[in-house]
Ligand binder design. Structure first.
Ligand code: OSB
Ligand code: MG
Length: 369
């Protein structure tokens, strides 16, 4: 692959309803869309999952733009690429900035798969034509509101319900949800809102048959999580704490979790996501694909990686219509009975709707090799 040209676009999209976590609430999605073109005029697409402010991790839309423009594109243009897995090595001279790296790498994977006439999931070694998905529900104004929303998604057939928790919106809320939905596959995500001092509160969650508790403790921690996991019956799932396959290996060795949420952006790309998948598989740790409120391009990448066989738990890849009035891909991602049919067209498997992209674009810049 010889990349001739890259276009970075800054997009702004409005979520249908505000998304609230233990860190706050937002309704505007801003992100960078990457288009990489080869010498034959084929385009590959990638999406940065960094948010405008660094509440989830330290990256932002602006730091991603800077890293891509000033460091990653010069490396990308430096030499042709035989296989997208080479980028992991090539980008390794730059520390961290996983989301920036993943956005570029994702576009190159799409281009690579299109050149091979393969759907991305096949290029990655996946082996499913349908994937099971769940839905992640933010913190609501009242328990009644939450119960109504859960009711809707259960009726739509989502395979598991995830609710966000924080101190003061946890045990009582989960108790009410369980009372109303005794059998629904249920999990909670704390986005690091607790510390070991809250251990009694977290242990109180053990009585509700949760599938897992996601990222209860600090975003850089695997030591306290190991202490916590020892005292909890509910499996801990790590999200923010896992940035690489090495992190996954260490967390597994320490007993910090029994499940891992893989986000392509958080770990620096599809190749690293695959490595984490493989290490987890060797150690009987199931994985699932997390979400970052992606638009269609990022969603398509998530669907592709979920076809790997150790993605045995439903992920956060909900339907396009759960987030957006109109997505940037055609067709949009739809969910039937809690499953998404994996597209078989080459590359990400969906067409990018350029007209819609233009509508959402606030500025763009072209870079030549
Ligand atoms: O922690 O998994 C998370 C959304 C934004 C940032 C972090 C998280 C989430 C979600 C929603 O839980 C996932 C989605 O629907 O895309
Ligand atoms: Mg999470």
């Amino acid at each position: 692959i010889k990349v001739k040209r890259v276009i970075l676009r800054h997009l702004q999209m409005e979520l249908k309803s505000p998304f609230t976590t233990s860190f706050g609430s937002f309704q505007k999605k801003e992100f960078i869309l990457v288009e990489a073109m080869d010498e034959d005029g084929l385009s590959g697409w990638g999406e940065s999952v960094a948010f405008p402010s660094p509440w989830y991790n330290e990256e932002t839309v602006k730091t991603n733009w800077h890293m891509i423009e000033d460091f990653l594109l010069p490396l990308l243009f430096q030499a042709p690429i035989a296989h997208p897995e080479e980028l992991r090595q090539r980008f390794s001279v730059i520390r961290k900035n996983q989301m920036a790296k993943a956005a570029i790498e994702g576009a190159i994977w799409d281009l690579f798969a299109k050149r091979q006439q393969l759907p991305l999931h096949k290029a990655l070694g996946g082996n499913k034509n349908r994937i099971e998905v769940g839905v992640s529900i933010g913190i609501q104004k009242s328990i009644d509101d939450l119960l109504r929303i859960i009711e809707r998604y259960v009726q739509e057939g989502y395979r598991r319900i995830k609710i966000k928790i924080k101190p003061g919106w946890d045990v009582e809320v989960v108790r009410e949800v369980r009372r109303r939905f005794p059998d629904v596959p249920l999990m909670v995500d704390a986005n690091s809102a607790y510390s070991l001092e809250d251990i009694d509160r977290l242990k109180a969650l053990d009585e509700f048959q949760l599938m897992m508790i996601e990222q209860p403790l600090a975003p850089d921690d695997i030591v306290d999580h190991a202490t916590l996991q020892e005292q909890l019956n509910t499996p801990i799932c790590l999200d923010e704490s896992i940035h690489s396959a090495e992190d996954a290996r260490k967390a597994i060795q320490l007993g910090s979790c029994r499940i891992i949420n893989i986000k392509i952006g958080r770990v620096g790309g599809l190749a690293e996501a695959k490595r984490i998948h493989d290490i987890c598989k060797e150690n009987d740790i199931p994985v699932w694909c997390g979400g970052m409120l992606e638009a269609g391009v990022g969603r398509a990448h998530n669907i592709a990686i979920t076809t790997l066989d150790n993605f045995t738990l439903p992920g956060d890849t909900a339907a396009s219509s759960h987030y957006w009035t109109k997505d940037i891909i055609v067709p949009e991602v739809t969910v039937h009975h809690g499953t998404i049919t994996v597209p078989e067209k080459p590359g990400i498997g969906y067409d990018v709707d350029r007209q819609q992209v233009d509508i959402y674009t606030s500025y763009a810049k072209v870079y030549h090799a």
